[in-house]
Design a protein around this ligand. Sequence first.
Ligand SMILES: Cc1cc2nc3c(=O)[nH]c(=O)nc-3n(C[C@H](O)[C@H](O)[C@H](O)COP(=O)(O)OP(=O)(O)OC[C@H]3O[C@@H](n4cnc5c(N)ncnc54)[C@H](O)[C@@H]3O)c2cc1C
Length: 431
Amino acid sequence: MDLVCDVLIVGAGLAGLNTAINLNEDLKIIVLSNDKLHRCNSYLAQGGITTVKNEADKPIFIEDTLKAGAYENDVDTVKLVANHAKEAIQKLIDLGVPFNKDENGHLKYTKEAAHSTNRILYSADSSGKAIWETVRDEALKRKNIKILEETNLIDLIVKNNEVCGGVAIRENTNLSIYSKVTVLASGGIGGIFKNSTNYRNIKGVGISLALKYGIELKDLDYIQLHPTAFHSTCEERKFLITESLRGEGAKLIDDKGNRFVDELMPRDFVSQAIIKYKDEKELPCVLLDARDMGEKYLKERFPKIFTHCLKHGIDISKDPIPVSPCQHYFMGGIKIDSDGKTSMKNLLACGEVSCTGLHGKNRLASNSLLEAAVYSNRVADYINKVIEDKKLSIVPYTEKNAETLNKENEKILISTIKNERKDLIHELLNN
Ligand SMILES: Cc1cc2nc3c(=O)[nH]c(=O)nc-3n(C[C@H](O)[C@H](O)[C@H](O)COP(=O)(O)OP(=O)(O)OC[C@H]3O[C@@H](n4cnc5c(N)ncnc54)[C@H](O)[C@@H]3O)c2cc1C
């Protein structure tokens, strides 16, 4: 079966849906999600979204981002994001995202590790849900946007380094979708790891297809571990204990109550310190102690974490939380320019699947949603400018077995990551 549209967007997280709602309303847009619509990492974000509060904060934000990224960031990208942060955040506020405010109606800001000031907007500890649902609701209102849930992209349709659309599986049927422009917004790679905070359906399809078609990639070894995932052996994915809990005073301790690391160092540093300490002391996990904050504050400020831990028998106002590091985020990805263009004609990318160079070696907390918001705006602006000159190219797709293609995609990605990060081999599925 064939479909045609102006713009095909693979991914319905913040990057994909925000691209869709910023495109001209006379364009025919198809958005794919490979599972239930909410099963994207954008929905899971807890801590919040960074903003740059004012001109004085700009150089400090730039320095914090560079320092966390071990100065391996692309400086022009960091400046670009700093310059467009306020505008991107204002667009979200105008759409109606319910960020927390004080009693006078002013936005409240929280802090996370390696930020030198409070500059993160949040919505309790379900910030991603609040942002994503607002953008989703806007997308659902638009008549020109068709969202296909449970529709799994398995291949691109490519002719002479030019993308003409994609092939997806929907209700066990191959669906060829032809588009003038295609946007990959398919998220990170957590689904290929045994232990990850990501939803399992986020398996790096954009990266594996880029590998298959020789689309330029960058920094494939920059894989971030989050230091504090809830330590449990029975969950589909690891539940994140947000960094803002540490930002607001929680301490990392061992089973005897001793502190062993500065909790507010960048994520890679804290994760490595925990792994080393756990190994030396032969501990299954370490503990995160938020008891000093008191029950009332913890319930109000971190309701999701409070409830989740309680379900697992931990009252965080009385007991420290068992935590250990696991895969969380992919800083590398498809190399894009400042408009989101990739090395393949008519193919753009934004969000976690892309590598803008913003994060360098290690992402600063809450910079990912900001990057997705800024770059999806830019991708939409670019497409709005050029789409008139683009033409549909209907190249017949020779049907291939979907299961084989899915397996091939995953295999190519896993073997690449194995080569890039030998230290993480045992963390990969099918190692
Ligand atoms: C637990 C958790 C907490 C986080 N907290 C924060 C935070 O507080 N602040 C912050 O800035 N960042 C945070 N992050 C990171 C951030 O949420 C993500 O990096 C960001 O949301 C990525 O957005 P995205 O739109 O690129 O991808 P996602 O939101 O992951 O969306 C990917 C989309 O691609 C679709 N897709 C994937 N494969 C296919 C396929 N084969 N076919 C069709 N569709 C496909 C999925 O269905 C999904 O709709 C957190 C991440 C996690 C996991």
